[in-house]
Design a protein around this ligand. Structure first.
Ligand code: ADP
Ligand code: MG
Length: 509
């Protein structure tokens, strides 16, 4: 080999070394950046850990806060609002009643026909409309004009049913925001939640505003019951199953209500009910306990929200927020590693990743996670995400949903604990007092809301956590029963039971 040949060979070897070093370097860098993404996931897992011991602390905290909220006005973050509903429908109600359901993404009008001598709802018609975005932050007049005109259109479709002879129609109004009730059919709006903000309605009587808008349209209709969606759900649950003692909604927002003994409502200062009980609207979205597993994503989400330090439980649990927690985690992963390529500007858009998208990614069962890739591409504008990174995204969704579902389960058991149905205190509290000592009392909780009904992983995790917390002896006796359209039909049922005095009162405990 001549000098030239040797030189060439050395040159080639050197070039090969440089290329090899570059490849190894890239691989190491890639591994490092992959590692950084994994660390973000691991930290999230640690931050969201909700083992059963911790959930039991949340259960206790919920029961304690319920006591405090019932003892005095402002005694707890839980408002524990009196609903003045002291009788729940049983099945003897008769006639045609209307309901309006306002409280989230959609607005619904219903007509319900009740048979009278059985639990059968003869017929019900529903019409649903999305609430125009601009009305959510407009004026009270604009909102109620929209509602009243939708109601009028709906009533006019009654046709020649027997109602044309009836002068005044009775309406159940489901208004799912915190209201201080002044009677079963009237109440004052305390504050808005779930993205609504119509300042001139805060402090006003909601039923009065609706009735004014209705009469402006020439419709003769009275609000016979003003309720919250949870109370409607409890009413429908109780109508079908008298063991129903509480209701929970997990949809855009989250809330719960339950039947309380009147004498346990200390702040009502001896206000008596014929039944000895009353439904209490907990407004549990605002529940807070230091035992809840909280991450920096939750802190940031809260700080960026229009209502910081408010609705802490809701922000960890409900459909409005879960997708946005996931978005924040993906953003952090993208900033700290290059597994998603360059950081997409869409990742900084609040609420762009809606919870149904998150659920679709979580539940993608295709082998190559095609749906995950599609949503990352279409919604977040992150193209060509490798399979192992898609798996990482699925894990993020899993961690966020699992924590939410487990916290919701702890909340439900907290209610059961407060009313002695959780089997604590040696099971005896959950047992029927008379007769066979071995028989544990059947307890039904009515449940509704898109997150629970449409997101099967959420549902599974919630049911699993309930069983874990309650233990195998008590858990088979606690039944979560999905009601359908309770927030609407239940309000019509309550309009019925509050316009016919013959209906029996609720029997408690
Ligand atoms: P609202 O709470 O607005 O009265 P719903 O009870 O129907 O209405 O709940 C709707 C919410 O449920 C949506 O905002 C969304 O967060 C959640 N949701 C609906 N469908 C799904 C789904 N397939 N997967 C996950 N979440 C869903
Ligand atoms: Mg609803």
């Amino acid at each position: 080999m001549g000098k030239v040949g040797v030189g060439l060979a050395v040159g080639c070897a050197a070039a090969a070394c440089v290329i090899a070093a570059a490849v190894v370097g890239r691989r190491v860098r890639r591994r490092r950046t992959w590692r950084r993404a994994v660390v973000v996931l691991e930290e999230l897992e640690q931050g969201c850990a909700a083992a059963v011991g911790r959930l039991r602390q949340v259960v206790d905290a919920m029961a304690v806060e319920m006591h405090a909220g019932l003892a005095s006005e402002g005694g707890s973050k839980l408002k524990m609002l009196l609903t003045f509903v002291d009788s729940l429908p049983h099945g003897s109600e008769k006639g045609t009643y209307y309901a309006l359901d306002l409280g989230g993404t959609n607005f619904r009008v219903l007509r319900v026909q009740l048979g009278g001598n059985s639990s059968a709802i003869l017929e019900h018609d529903v019409e649903q409309k999305p609430i125009p975005q601009d009305l959510m932050t407009s004026t009270s007049e604009d909102l109620f004009d929209f509602i009243a005109s939708s109601l009028k259109e709906f009533v006019e479709k009654e046709g020649d049913r027997e109602l044309s002879s009836v002068k005044r129609r009775e309406l159940g109004f489901t208004f799912s925001f915190p209201v201080k009730q002044t009677s079963v059919s009237s109440g004052i709006l305390i504050k808005w939640t779930k993205g609504f903000s119509i300042e001139n309605l805060v402090g006003k009587d909601v039923s009065e505003c609706l009735e004014q808008a209705i009469s402006k349209r020439g419709l003769d209709m009275r609000v016979a019951a003003l309720v919250n969606d949870t109370v409607g759900t409890l009413a429908l649950g109780h109508y079908h199953d008298e063991d129903t003692v509480a209701a929970v909604i997990i949809g855009t927002g989250t809330n719960a209500c339950y039947l309380e003994r009147a004498d346990a409502i200390i702040k009502s200062q001896g206000w008596l009910t014929t039944s000895g009980g009353m439904v209490v609207n907990m407004e549990w979205g605002n529940f807070w306990s230091a035992h809840m597993p909280r991450t920096s994503y939750d802190v940031d989400l809260d700080a960026d929200s229009p209502n910081p330090n408010d609705q802490g439980f809701e922000k960890m649990i409900s459909g409005m927020y879960l997708g946005d927690i996931v978005r924040r985690v993906i953003l952090r992963m993208s900033q700290e590693s290059d597994v998603f390529g360059p950081v997409s500007s869409k990742l900084s858009v609040p609420f762009i990743l809606r919870t149904p998208f998150m659920a679709a990614m979580h539940e993608d069962d295709s082998p190559d996670l095609r749906e995950v890739a599609r949503i990352l591409n279409d919604v977040l504008e992150i193209p060509d995400v490798p399979l192992k990174v898609r798996k990482l995204v699925v894990n993020v969704c899993d961690v966020v949903t699992r924590r939410a579902a487990r916290l919701a389960a702890a909340g439900i058991v907290g209610i059961l604990k407060k009313i002695g149905r959780d089997g604590s205190g040696g099971i005896t509290s959950a047992r029927i007092k008379t007769g066979s000592p071995s028989k544990i009392r059947r307890t039904v909780v009515a449940i509704e809301g898109g997150l629970y009904t449409s997101y099967s992983m959420f549902r599974e995790y919630l049911n699993e956590a309930m069983a874990e917390i309650l233990g195998e002896e008590v858990s088979p006796h606690v039944i979560l029963k999905v009601t359908e359209d309770g927030s609407g039909i239940g309000a019509a049922l309550l309009a019925a039971s509050n316009s016919s005095p013959s209906v029996d009162s609720v029997q408690l405990l």
